[in-house]
Design a protein around this ligand. Structure first.
Ligand code: DAH
Length: 345
């Protein structure tokens, strides 16, 4: 073949590739076009050996130009085919998750958990630490160190659930959060400013006002020269943060671990003490107990009552969301898991 024919051959191979590459729709057929073109150009290259010296560079340049054109065209087409292939794979594998998300309800915390967290926030704001303690307790922490000696009549009022472990009636489900007073005094140097929210248990048949599992929050302050005034002031501040503009009331009462002791009530936030169904027409809602930590309790924890004094209070959490939602007695509503009720708050 003459030099002119070889140049034309190289150019025509390149032209053909430019046209046919556009029609290739998959990588395999593109590869076939490339392979055929490269065989044909190899023949052109062999032909260089048979032309005159002066024409060799002309044919060589035409060959290089054809190779460059082919590489560019094939490269571009390969990119297009690959992009289309991965787009169609993505489309084929796409999972439609919108059906699940559309219109589904956002959950929210249980009303009791909301109050629990709010209580923690209020006391953290007053500089208290939040603690939690074991739900399975021993007799020492739940009773004895709290000044309930064996056979003490106040023990019988606590309807204890015992755990079948160790000595009979020594391991139990805590009947109140007060045992954490002892655990804190045993392990921490005063001053102590602590609250302990938690689950508590008593042998009760569930009904509108009772549940064998319920929640309490305990507060313990141990410092020098703590007075009943500090206790009352703290409760006042705290009740106002929780219920708004209410009064607190302290009625003399008895708990073995506090002396003096008082029953704790708030003025009814619904009727402003004029009397309504929620407060059983008394104007007051009883929430729990409080008092000055008994010296016997301090001594049981190796604290010197001459040096340290303190106050404590404890009350049920479960009534609070009910009071706030003006539901007077149906505590079971909280635990029935009836979504019509739970979705409201
Ligand atoms: N633990 C008591 C109960 O469950 C409530 C209580 C009363 C806690 C007086 C206190 C307190 O901290 O000082 O009946």
């Amino acid at each position: 073949m003459s030099a002119t024919q070889l140049v034309e051959r190289a150019e025509s191979v390149a032209r053909r590739v430019v046209e046919t590459a556009q029609t290739a729709t998959d990588l395999e057929s593109l590869r076939e076009i490339e392979r055929t073109a490269s065989d044909e150009l190899a023949a052109v290259k062999t032909g260089i050996g048979s032309v005159e010296g002066a024409d060799r560079s002309t044919v060589g340049k035409a060959l290089a130009a054809a190779q460059a054109t082919i590489a560019e065209v094939v490269g571009e087409r390969r990119a297009v085919i690959s992009a289309a292939a991965s787009a169609s794979q993505l489309a084929a594998e796409r999972l439609d998750l919108t059906a699940l998300g559309n219109g589904s309800l956002r959950g929210h915390l249980h009303p009791v958990t909301q109050v629990w967290r709010e209580l923690e926030d209020i006391f953290c704001g007053l500089g208290y630490q939040v603690h939690e303690g074991p739900e399975v307790e021993d007799d020492w922490h739940n009773f004895e160190a709290l000044n309930f000696p064996p056979g003490h009549p106040a023990r019988a009022m606590q309807d204890t659930l015992y755990v079948n472990l160790g000595e009979p009636e020594q391991v139990l489900l805590r009947t109140h959060t007060s045992p954490m007073q002892i655990r804190l005094m045993e392990t921490q140097e005063p001053p102590i400013y602590a609250i302990i929210p938690g689950r508590t248990f008593r042998r009760d048949t569930p009904d509108a006002r009772h549940s064998p599992v319920f929640h309490q929050i305990e507060c313990l302050v141990i410092d020098r020269d703590v007075t009943m005034g500090d206790l009352m002031g703290t409760i006042e501040v705290f009740f106002r943060a929780l219920f708004g503009d209410v009064e607190s009331r302290f009625l003399p009462s008895y708990f073995p671990f506090t002396e003096p002791s008082a029953e704790l009530a708030v003025s009814c936030p619904f009727c402003e003490k004029t009397g309504c169904r929620t407060c059983s027409h008394t104007g007051w809602i009883e929430l729990g107990g409080c008092g000055m930590v008994d010296p016997n309790v301090l001594q049981a924890c190796n604290l010197d009552p001459e040096e340290w004094s303190g106050f404590a209070f404890g009350f049920g959490i479960d009534r609070i969301p009910l009071l706030r939602n003006q539901i007077d007695s149906l505590q079971t509503l909280l635990w029935d898991n009836d979504l019509r009720f739970l979705r409201q708050s």
